[in-house]
Write a protein that binds this ligand. Structure first.
Ligand SMILES: Nc1nc2c(ncn2[C@@H]2O[C@H](COP(=O)(O)OP(=O)(O)OP(=O)(O)O)[C@@H](O)[C@H]2O)c(=O)[nH]1
Ligand SMILES: [Mg+2]
Ligand SMILES: [Zn+2]
Length: 293
């Protein structure tokens, strides 16, 4: 018997497929995928044939065409990315955030920025600084899993979409996801002091159904992201504000040292934030460096 479904989790060669009738099957990919070099991804819409209905096992027979696919995190058919940082502990690394945002821009995926642990920003000064940089560019949400503030706003953005949730380790991604849904409780850094590793961090990606047709993908935290798989000329496409102001004298302007550069002019006038511009320059240099290897 054949069924349609979606891969919600992949562990050690097994794919867990949630089917239209809301069952979950453990599937092995058909051997031919390996020959075709097509690897099933979390988020893929698939056709499976049932091997054993009692044991809920199946064979993954067919992968539907993908709307998009991401490498970091490895996932297919995403509608948007929710990038989560903490206002503090850990302190936000804006270069890391900007790299993530640029990668999403280049992949054609919309981002929403969520700053968690707002309870640690009692006087709101961190919030103010963050808003100044990012609010002109992206939706910015502030949340706290301690007070519950902002969680409903976040939920509103997720409605009927498939969102990947990404961010550094320890910012509260799993804690937030636990507040958003009841079905699967993710392990968080707080509640698992008993385990050998001392602390439970997310180690594989999993699609979680928050409500009907609303999915979020919890992913392991990242500590670094690079842009060196892109050409330096492509980096500007990762910055909405640079695309907006690049009325420069020279075609192919790097926006770093050329005269009559619209981007540096906008920077001087305060229309582009220094922090974002610095991230752009760092990424550009990073891409230039790699040519020497
Ligand atoms: N003060 C404060 N602490 C929080 C908040 N949300 C989460 N935490 C704490 O931050 C720690 C990390 O939370 P997790 O949800 O495990 O973080 P994560 O982003 O899933 O981490 P990884 O799985 O390692 O990527 C835990 O000790 C949480 O209790 C918050 O809103 N405020
Ligand atoms: Mg986690
Ligand atoms: Zn320029």
């Amino acid at each position: 018997m054949e069924k349609h479904g979606r891969i919600i989790k992949g562990i050690a060669g097994f794919y867990y497929v949630r089917t239209e009738d809301d069952s979950l099957y453990e599937c092995k990919a058909r051997g031919s995928f390996r020959n075709e070099k097509r690897k099933p991804l979390v988020g893929d819409y698939v056709t499976i044939s049932i091997l054993d209905e009692d044991k809920k096992t199946g064979s993954l027979d067919q992968i539907m065409d993908r709307k998009n696919e991401l490498i970091r995190p490895l996932v297919a058919n995403i509608d948007q990315a929710i990038v989560i940082f903490a206002v503090k502990s850990p302190a936000p690394n804006f270069m890391l955030l900007d790299t993530f945002l640029a990668r999403m821009e280049l992949a054609g995926i919309d981002s929403i920025i969520c700053f968690n642990k707002m309870d640690l920003d009692a006087d709101g000064s961190l919030q103010k600084q963050i808003r100044e940089i990012y609010e002109p560019l992206y939706p910015v949400i502030f949340t706290s899993t301690k007070t519950g503030e902002g969680v409903d706003v976040l939920k509103g953005y997720l409605h009927k979409k498939c969102s990947t949730v990404a961010g550094p380790s320890g910012v509260g991604k799993s804690s937030l996801i636990n507040m958003l849904q009841e079905r699967t409780q993710m392990e968080t850094g707080g509640i698992s002091e008993k385990t050998e590793r001392g602390r439970h961090t997310t180690r594989h990606s999993e699609l979680i159904e928050v409500e009907k047709d609303t999915y979020i993908l919890d992913t392991p935290g990242f500590t670094s992201l690079r842009m060196d798989d892109f050409e330096k000329e492509e980096i500007e496409e990762g910055f909405r504000e640079i695309l907006q102001y690049k009325n420069c004298r020279f075609a192919g302007c790097s926006h770093i040292h050329e005269p009559d550069c619209g981007v540096r002019e906008a920077l001087l006038k305060g229309k582009i934030s220094k922090s974002r511009y610095d991230s752009y320059v760092k990424m550009y240099e990073e891409c230039k460096e790699k040519r020497r290897y």
